[in-house]
Design a protein around this ligand. Sequence first.
Ligand SMILES: Cc1ncc(C[n+]2csc(CCOP(=O)(O)OP(=O)(O)O)c2C)c(N)n1
Length: 295
Amino acid sequence: MPLPGTGEPLSKTAVGNVEAEVFPTSASINEMTMVARRLRRHIISMIGKAGSGHPGGSLSAVEILTALYFRVLRHKPSNPNWPDRDRFILSKGHAAPVLYATLAECGYFPTAMLATLRQPDSCLQGHTDRTSTPGVEMSAGALGQGLSFGIGVALAGRLNSQSYRVHVLLGDGECDEGQVWEAAMAAAHFKLDNIVAIVDNNGLQIDGWNRDVMNLDPFNEKWQAFGWHVIEVDGHDLTQLINAFNQAKLIKGQPTVIIAHTIKGKGVSFMENNPDFHGKAPTAAEVEIALRELE
Ligand SMILES: Cc1ncc(C[n+]2csc(CCOP(=O)(O)OP(=O)(O)O)c2C)c(N)n1
């Protein structure tokens, strides 16, 4: 049986114990580390080929999506609209490449399709579009909206007695948006324990460091004051991430936020902590160097 999305035989691939259609899987940390490396290679290749896109905030979220899609979320790539699926909402929609790469690795569509990123007739646009991409839950790009959207989905689940859980990935710069805090207040008000917010806390936004543009500190305490259970992790440590998601399942009567400390551009030396690569494609020569670093 081929590994979803790759056409490679399962026994010889990174997630060797994964059976297509069974998510979450029991993939080991080593196997997921190899998946994460492939995701980074996809991100570099597709943005390089497109000639535009957002590598920095895609690379910082790789382990977060790897942990979620391979070890946490119940989902079926062959049936993206399965009503009982756990939901993943990418609020920082400019990081679409990391979501597309993950969906492809899970088998939602062929990995070859990643090369069509940002082409006019492709279903993989620069920002997510739920009407055209299998597995995409929310059309995003205008920052600040995903947590509100997720709260609606979580409330609907409660109303309909469905057991799915909702995960929303926010950027830390995105948390400058007032709507994020209105949503944070609402989730606590409704005692939503079926929603988890994850903040990709890479410290950078479009123009530089958050601390210079709009200081978010004390960030942990702010979420607590809004009524959330707060967990802080190293956002590149798959074990810490999986443990945090499992811990969040045990929290009752309040929402959980996972503040994931990450590095923007993680994995590519000249992109790490470099605001220039927030929204700039690597040149062909840079793609070559980056892919060599990610071998
Ligand atoms: C409402 C809105 N304002 C501004 C932008 C332009 N914009 C795109 S990405 C970005 C920075 C986001 O920073 P962060 O959330 O930290 O993302 P990351 O660093 O993880 O890529 C901005 C301001 C936008 N997409 N939407």
